[in-house]
Design a protein around this ligand. Structure first.
Ligand SMILES: *[C@@H]1O[C@H](CO)[C@@H](O)[C@H](O)[C@H]1NC(C)=O
Ligand SMILES: *[C@@H]1O[C@H](CO)[C@@H](O)[C@H](O)[C@H]1NC(C)=O
Ligand SMILES: *[C@@H]1O[C@H](CO)[C@@H](O)[C@H](O)[C@H]1NC(C)=O
Ligand SMILES: *[C@@H]1O[C@H](CO)[C@@H](O)[C@H](O)[C@H]1NC(C)=O
Ligand SMILES: *[C@@H]1O[C@H](CO)[C@@H](O)[C@H](O)[C@H]1NC(C)=O
Length: 858
């Protein structure tokens, strides 16, 4: 597709860009950012609200440069285990306690009930689902109960007789003694301002001094690496500035800005000396009058919820990351488990490079020229793969590059999609058309001649559609648009389209080539899974969590089995269609009935040592259960029509004759139907406003837009003869793009996006991040391109087709997860088979064993 010069320049440029980014980021990470290697500071001190007007206010808080997680009840239980989460302070801090309690309560309304009690200056305790919350009412920050908790948190022993007098509640004692707090938040100050005239600041300072004497505040910079994350910590809430004009007159006269800022200044002084003050709370409230309740003192519930999340992220992220391997998407105040592969990869790369140099120099080598060439190709492929894997680890398993969530804005989305479409328009080319010889043309209309002009859904169109979809999915991910229903709908249509093309392509291949050999299966499966398996090792992420590769393999397997069973009767259309229906039924049973999938799960667990959540997987296969079969049916029909036209007129039966004669009418009818069902689908989709409804009907309706688009794309000669080079090029490496984008474009295992910090505070594309996009997108494309070339070479060599002409063409024809047929006049079965087949089987078995053993070791 690309002219050699351009491809070369692109390759060099992208490599240079990649090196520059790696060097610059490492420099920043190791020399400039030494103050905050684990992004704890970012969580503690900085952040901004990510609100676009169409979002509900105060639902998204974003510390700078890391992924903030909104904790749920089970995750809190996991984090706190048997300890208390203790909040100490006045009614402003109690808001945070309420928010925590709301996170863990079901709908029994405990919070509402307690909140509305008239005299509520008291301690509170609440336990639910393994989470224990404690609130100690202590507006002066000097109570015995608080100091007792501090002692417990330090691991000290408390005098039970004293304790019993001071703790009114019964719940806190187990047989094993008092529970220890796993984290404490202490905050107050307004009472000093309100009830003390001239001495408020001194008194407040003294209280804080006493706390900092009682607890040895540790430096968060070094902590997240331990298995407990930052461990039990005490955090001090700053004095939240009230909305002065909202205060009652009595409060207004005593709670003055001077007092509040003096208190915070004192906290600032201590926090520079090591006190852990959660300044982001103050940042959340700065210039946000809508975040205050009517009293002007308290924060609104959603804001309080985000405040609890800050506390939980501080305390729990490090721990969660140490215990969970996937997804690694809580990157604030956490350390990645040591990237052991990181240091090996450059070494391997160097070795591979040396190897290739030695090979190219050794003229007297015993290898034949072609053998040498293929060996060199393999070393180059391995080198490229290693470079890309290295970058993946560096990007997504170290703190070298920032990860932030995608920020959606409609304008960004339109501009990005517009730019991409424009890029496509510039690369459209037209196939020179043949003379309009009508009978001739119609004859070859569907026959798989080399010219795509006359085929239904030729390969290049499939590539093109896949390319567009992949680009759309990347934009969708980069903008974090999954909450936007319209885009979600489009995303689902793309997904369905992809599977349709998969069913169509494989079925067409099997119909045309009748090649059901082991080699074919091996080539396709290796080609689809090589990168995913490598990534899953290097990134220590379960293979099945790269849903795309296993899903595509699964469907290939289904198509293969469907076509393979009694394949000598595939000529009968009725039989084929019946087989497809039976297959659809079988897949439905496997997916929706409990037993079979469990069996598969057990087998995978034993044989491949891979673990997956069955319901999750059921969800993924279940999202589009039937569209693959629609694709298969489409292929069967298209293939039959080709057959009809190819039959010499003399041998046609009457019905075929009639069909051929009326073909134009049929075509018009199809186009007419397509024109109707496309819009019909959009109307149906638009009438639903919940993602859930949509998920429910999509498996049954997704064929409508897909079939409509495919028919319309092929309706006119004008459309059939025009192709978009850029999209087709991207489409040919869509699987690699998707897998790699999880780590080096999107990041945090696909939950966020990579950031170079060039956008500053502005997180929308148009305002700031376009610079990052311009740098990151070419690198992603380069990596995918290199890897996709490399995988082809490696697949050929693994399956034992290196160097042999046919094998290469087979490997090339398998160069997608889902290739459309290459028109070919070659015979179906390979003749030279036996020895090569044995070899390929042996290689594969060795490879599988190696993977199994490697899994055992990791
Ligand atoms: C991280 O991944 C989990 C599990 O998929 C998900 O529930 C959570 O929302 C993700 N968090 C972020 C910040 O994306
Ligand atoms: C805490 O300080 C307040 C105000 O100075 C005082 O009234 C109260 O008695 C103190 N409480 C304890 C337990 O020391
Ligand atoms: C606990 O406190 C009580 C009352 O102050 C005292 O009599 C007792 O000796 C103390 N016990 C211990 C173990 O320190
Ligand atoms: C707490 O204990 C006291 C006496 O031991 C008992 O009267 C009271 O009912 C208990 N309260 C709760 C909430 O269990
Ligand atoms: C507080 O200071 C002001 C001015 O210095 C003084 O007039 C007032 O009496 C003081 N109040 C108390 C309670 O000490």
């Amino acid at each position: 597709m690309f002219r050699v010069g351009f491809a070369d320049a692109f390759s060099k440029g992208a490599l240079l860009l990649l090196l520059t980014i790696v060097v610059a980021s490492c420099y920043r990470d190791y020399f400039l950012d030494t103050r905050d290697p684990y992004k704890c500071d970012a969580l503690l001190n900085q952040g901004q609200w990510l609100e676009s007007p169409d979002n509900k206010p105060y639902t998204k808080w974003q510390p700078s440069g890391c992924m903030f997680h909104q904790y749920s009840a089970p995750e809190i239980a996991e984090c706190s285990q048997d300890g208390d989460i203790t909040i100490v302070g006045d009614s402003t801090v109690r808001q945070i306690f309420w928010a925590l309690a709301r996170k863990i309560e079901d709908d029994e309304g405990w919070v509402e009930e307690e909140r509305n009690k008239p005299d509520n200056h008291g301690d509170l305790e609440y336990s639910k689902g393994g989470v224990h919350l404690k609130f100690i009412w202590d507006p002066w920050l000097n109570s015995t109960a608080m100091f007792r908790e501090l002692t417990l948190l330090e691991g000290g022993v408390v005098n039970e007789t004293i304790v019993n007098d001071n703790v009114p509640s019964n719940g806190s004692y187990l047989e094993t003694g008092p529970r220890r707090p796993v984290t404490m938040l202490i905050g107050g100050g307004l009472w000093y301002a309100r009830h003390m005239e001239n001495t408020s600041i001194e008194a407040y300072s003294q209280s804080i001094d006493r706390i900092s004497l009682a607890h040895d505040f540790s430096d968060l910079r070094t902590l997240p690496q331990s298995t407990e994350g930052v461990g039990p910590q005490v955090f001090i809430a700053p004095v939240i500035e009230p909305l002065y004009y909202m205060l009652s007159p009595a409060r207004q006269s005593t709670i003055t800005p001077e007092k509040i800022s003096a208190m915070n200044e004192y906290l600032g002084l201590l926090s520079r000396a090591g006190l852990n003050v959660v300044w982001s709370y103050a940042k959340m409230m700065k210039d946000q009058p809508a975040a205050y309740s009517m009293s002007g003192l308290h924060v609104m519930d959603p804001v309080a919820t985000r405040m609890t999340d800050v506390l939980l992220n501080l305390r729990c992220n490090g721990k969660a990351t140490q215990h969970l391997t996937y997804p690694v998407n809580k990157t604030c105040c956490s350390s990645y488990s040591s990237p052991r592969w990181l240091y090996f990869i450059p070494t391997f790369t160097l070795l591979a490079r040396l190897g290739s140099i030695v090979l190219s120099k050794s003229r007297h080598s015993a290898l034949s020229d072609s053998g040498k060439g293929s060996l060199q190709g393999v070393t180059i492929a391995i080198r490229d793969l290693l470079v890309v894997l290295f970058f993946c680890v560096l990007a997504d398993r170290t703190h070298t590059l920032d990860k932030i969530p995608g920020v959606y804005s409609t304008l960004d989305y339109r501009i990005l999609l517009g730019t991409i479409t424009l890029a496509c328009l510039f690369t459209i080319y037209r196939e020179p058309s043949s003379p309009p010889d009508s009978q001739e043309r119609r004859l070859s209309e569907f026959s798989g001649g080399p010219r795509t002009e006359h085929q239904f859904l030729p390969r290049i169109q499939g590539d093109e559609i896949r390319g567009f979809m992949q680009i759309f999915i990347l934009i969708y991910g980069f903008l974090g648009a999954s909450d936007v229903l319209d885009l979600y709908e489009l995303f689902r249509v793309c997904f369905a389209m992809y599977l349709f093309l998969l069913g169509y392509g494989h079925t067409m291949y099997f119909l045309q080539k009748r090649d059901f050999s082991f080699d074919r299966v091996a080539i396709v499966l290796v080609r689809m899974n090589l990168l995913a398996v490598c990534l899953s090792f290097v990134m220590s992420r379960p293979y099945l969590s790269y849903y795309w590769a296993p899903l595509v393999s699964f469907w290939f397997f289904v198509v293969y089995v469907t076509m393979r069973v009694v394949h000598y009767r595939n000529d009968s259309v009725a039989f084929l269609v019946a087989k497809i229906f039976v297959s659809a039924l079988a897949v439905t049973v496997v997916v929706y009935v409990k037993g079979p999938l469990h069996l598969v799960w057990l087998m995978l667990k034993v044989f491949f040592r891979t673990d997956f959540v069955i319901d999750d997987w059921r969800g993924h296969v279940g999202t589009e259960t039937y569209i693959v079969f629609v694709g298969m049916l489409a292929a069967v029909i298209a293939f039959q029509i080709v057959g009809m036209f190819e039959t010499p007129p003399a041998q046609r039966s009457l019905s075929v004759e009639v069909l051929v004669d009326c073909f134009d009418t049929f075509r018009r009818l199809f186009v007419f139907c397509a024109l109707i069902i496309g819009p019909l689908f959009w109307i149906t989709a638009q009438s639903h406003t919940k993602k859930k409804d949509y998920d429910w009907f999509m498996p049954f309706l997704s064929w409508m837009p897909v079939v409509s688009i495919v028919i319309l794309r092929n309706s006119l000669q004008f459309l059939r003869t025009r192709h978009c080079r850029a999209f087709a090029w991207v489409g040919r490496m869509s699987l690699e793009l998707h897998l790699l984008s999880q780590h080096i474009f999107l990041a945090a295992d696909g939950h966020g996006t990579l950031s170079l910090g060039l956008g500053g505070e502005k997180l929308t594309v148009l305002m700031g991040r376009w610079k990052e996009l311009v740098l990151l997108a070419p690198i992603l494309v380069w990596c995918a391109w290199k890897v996709s070339k490399g995988t082809k070479v490696l697949t050929a060599s693994i399956t034992g087709h290196a160097g042999d002409e046919k094998g290469n063409s087979q490997a090339r024809s398998a160069d997608h997860d889902n290739e459309l047929p290459i028109p070919s006049t070659q015979g179906a079965m390979r003749q030279d088979g036996i020895s090569s087949k044995l070899r390929s089987k042996r290689t594969l078995i060795v490879l599988m064993l190696a993977i199994w053993v490697a899994k055992l070791c990791t």
